[in-house]
Design a protein around this ligand. Structure first.
Ligand SMILES: NC(=O)c1ccc[n+]([C@@H]2O[C@H](COP(=O)([O-])OP(=O)(O)OC[C@H]3O[C@@H](n4cnc5c(N)ncnc54)[C@H](O)[C@@H]3O)[C@@H](O)[C@H]2O)c1
Length: 247
């Protein structure tokens, strides 16, 4: 197994913490660097069980801080990125769209630039893997159809518009500079360590407190659900076997 030094952004968040746990435990020869700003959504308690593993390091950093991000690439000799850091809650994006543009668009671009500058055109053994959302494809029809990787982008919320924009930048870095990139657009995740503002934990807590269950519109929206540990395993598989430049 080739040794790797992987930067996982947003590793203190919900999905990121499962990815960090899986990679640190499964690949003791890999160095896993968790870069996270620790916003309201990030919690190092999610990683208590692995924080002392010798192949794990934590860097508190904003992905928009170009200077600090560049130093982290250098200090850890980063050869791969699994990018999960984002503002991720649709309701918050409606309140504060600029914050979503800053982190999800400018932050992703800052990371891409840092990778490009550090790898200096030598992309052998390198990968920038961007985790996005199926919300870039808009709404599902009620006819049993699914989104596919060729579905047209139709984002509706500031959150999904910001993620759509970041997907385009990732592909542009492949097409323009030849950077090896992969994008995945998963559906809603559920499972341990999810922040209680999200639908399933919110509903469970409201049911326990006999509070109303808030549903968008008339409750006709369709959602697909993915267990977060299955998603982490998919990320592992795609990281090692995914086709470059594909979705
Ligand atoms: N949760 C889902 O159902 C779902 C579905 C599809 C796609 N996604 C995508 O997966 C990724 C992870 O989602 P999640 O649910 O784990 O999110 P989350 O909100 O639980 O965690 C996000 C993490 O990113 C960190 N972060 C936020 N802004 C940052 C910044 N500027 N610099 C550095 N770190 C920052 C936070 O501190 C937090 O630890 C996101 O990119 C999201 O768009 C999530």
């Amino acid at each position: 197994m080739q040794k790797k030094s992987i930067l996982i952004t947003g590793g203190a968040g919900f999905i990121g913490s499962h990815v960090v746990r899986l990679f640190t435990k499964k690949y003791p020869d890999y160095k896993i660097v968790n870069l996270d700003k620790l916003t309201y959504a990030g919690n190092l308690e999610n990683l208590k069980d692995i924080e002392n593993l010798p192949n794990y390091a934590f860097e508190k950093c904003d992905i928009c801080d170009a200077e600090k991000v560049a130093k982290i690439f250098e200090n850890h000799n980063i050869d791969s990125v699994i990018h999960l850091a984002a503002e991720s809650h649709v309701d918050r994006s409606i309140e504060d769209p600029l914050c979503f543009a800053r982190t999800n668009v400018l932050g992703t671009l800052t990371l891409l630039n840092a990778a490009k500058n550090f790898w200096k055109g030598d992309f052998n053994g390198r990968l920038f893997y961007h985790i996005s959302t199926d919300e870039v494809y808009g709404s599902l029809n009620n006819d049993g159809s699914f989104f596919t990787e060729t579905t047209r982008y139709t984002p509706h919320s500031p959150y999904s518009a910001s993620k759509a924009s970041s997907d385009h930048f990732v592909r542009a870095f492949h097409d323009t500079y030849g950077m090896p990139t992969i994008v995945t657009n998963c559906s809603n995740n559920y499972g341990p360590y999810q922040f209680p503002e999200k639908l399933i934990p919110l509903f469970i807590n409201n049911i326990r407190k006999s509070k109303p269950l808030p549903v968008y519109g008339k409750g006709e929206n369709i959602r697909d659900w993915l267990f977060v540990e299955d998603h982490a395993r998919a990320i592992d598989m795609i990281f090692h076997n995914g086709k470059i430049a594909e979705t």
